[in-house]
Every structure is written in structure tokens, then in C-alpha cells.
Design a protein around this ligand. Structure first.
Ligand code: FMN
Length: 215
């Protein structure tokens, strides 16, 4: 049989252990919440940075990130990935969009882009957001690798005409890369589809309800 003194020591250690465990859990929850908030903030900053690279700030005075609508359209885009469209407005009037564009036929799967398109259906800028193309072959689509992606700025379906929205080796207006035609062709075709979509449905895009939660 244990003495009363031993019993007190036993309960005291139990209590201490419980307290330490509780403190540990509280600390973990706190760190998790802090990290999540920081990641969300960093993602927001990165998104704002990318948006500003494809559409000059002078185009809008609304909060782009909360004026988003998401849609899918296999017929128009050739894939059924959800596409987010950020709507730019100046003094309440539609001024441009930034579309998430997916080229599903890259050498190694989806190439994801952001494209700014103004009300005249002219491209204001394009950036590659993610891809898995081969380094040294397909990656000149990235702005930090080459200025190829800048060749779309100012272009529309009138400049060049639709049949010339492909790479030079197929009679198009856009350069391919040495030994790599698949990647640039996939990007050029996806941008032409985005322009065609925007040309036909710009008003409908602006009439849609904004997504409720863009988190
Ligand atoms: C290992 C390997 C990786 C390749 N990666 C790419 C790529 O990322 N993008 C691309 O367009 N072509 C890539 N290619 C080349 C394509 O298979 C294809 O030959 C090329 O795009 C056709 O371009 P061309 O008409 O200029 O020869 C790769 C080829 C090999 C063998």
C-alpha cells in the first residue's frame, strides 16, 4: 500500500504532465494559425504581384481579387478545368479582365497562365503561373528565362488574324524554341481560345455573380 505522501506525489506529477501536454497543444494551435495567416498573406501578395504584371494598375480602381467569377467551358477551352476570371472596373465600368488560361496540351501536361485582356479584346500582358515543361527546352515561356511571353502584349484576333495564331513553322506569327515547338504552340493556341471566348462573352462575364468565397 502506498503512503499518503506517495499518493500526493503521484497526483502532482499527473497534473504537471497534463498541464505540459495542454500547453504543447495550445502552442501548436497558435503556431498553426499564425503560419496559415502568413501563408494566406503571402499567396495574396504573390497573386497581386502577378495580376499587376499582366494588367497595369491604371485599368482599375476595384478590388480585383474579390471581383472574381469562376467557370468551366470544355467547348470553348478544350478542357474542363475551372477558370477564374478577375474583373477590372474603373468607376464601376468594366475596363478589362484577367483570365486564368490553361494550355492542356503542353509537352508535360497543363501550362497555367494569367492573361490580361482589355475591352478592345487586346492582350495587356501574359505570365506563366505554373508548368512542368522540360528545363532548357520548354521553359523559355517563363519571363525570367526569356522575353518570349512579352510577344503577346498588344496582340488581338485582328493582329494577327486567327489562322496566324500559331508558331512560325506552321505559318503563324509566334516564334517557337530551338527543338521545342510543342510548348510554345500550346501557349499560343490557349491564348487564342481565351481571346475568342472573351470576344464573344465579355458582357456575360461582367454580368455574372462574383464567387462568394475566393479563399
Ligand atoms: C526528353 C525530352 C524532353 C522534351 N521536352 C520538350 C518540352 O518541354 N517542350 C517541347 O516543346 N518539346 C520538348 N521536347 C521535344 C519534342 O518531343 C518535339 O520534338 C519538339 O517539340 C518538336 O519541335 P521541332 O518541330 O522544333 O523539332 C522534348 C524532347 C525530349 C526527348
Amino acid at each position: 500500500m502506498s503512503t499518503p505522501l506517495a499518493q500526493v506525489a503521484f497526483w502532482r506529477s499527473g497534473l504537471l504532465l497534463g498541464l505540459i501536454a495542454l500547453l504543447g497543444v495550445a502552442l501548436l494551435v497558435g503556431v498553426h494559425d499564425l503560419t496559415r495567416a502568413r501563408i494566406a498573406e503571402q499567396e495574396h501578395q504573390l497573386m497581386m504581384q502577378q495580376l499587376s504584371e499582366v494588367l497595369p494598375r491604371s485599368y482599375y480602381d476595384n478590388d480585383l481579387v474579390s471581383d472574381v467569377t469562376t467557370l468551366t467551358d470544355r467547348g470553348a477551352f478544350g478542357h474542363d478545368r475551372p477558370i477564374r476570371i478577375f474583373r477590372a472596373r474603373r468607376e464601376g465600368q468594366p475596363s478589362a479582365v484577367i483570365m486564368e488560361v490553361v494550355a492542356p496540351d503542353g509537352y508535360n501536361g497543363d501550362i497555367r497562365l494569367l492573361a490580361g485582356i482589355d475591352r478592345d479584346n487586346t492582350i495587356t500582358g501574359v505570365r506563366v503561373v505554373s508548368h512542368r515543361e522540360t528545363p532548357g527546352l520548354g521553359d523559355p515561356i517563363e519571363r525570367r528565362r526569356s522575353d518570349w511571353i512579352e510577344s503577346f502584349r498588344g496582340r488581338s484576333l485582328q493582329d494577327p488574324s486567327l489562322e496566324r495564331w500559331t508558331v512560325r513553322s506552321e505559318g503563324g506569327d509566334f516564334e517557337q524554341f530551338t527543338g521545342a515547338t510543342i510548348t510554345p504552340r500550346a501557349v499560343v493556341h490557349a491564348l487564342a481560345r481565351a481571346l475568342a471566348y472573351h470576344e464573344q462573352r465579355s458582357d456575360k462575364i461582367f454580368a455574372r455573380e462574383a464567387d462568394r468565397d475566393d479563399a
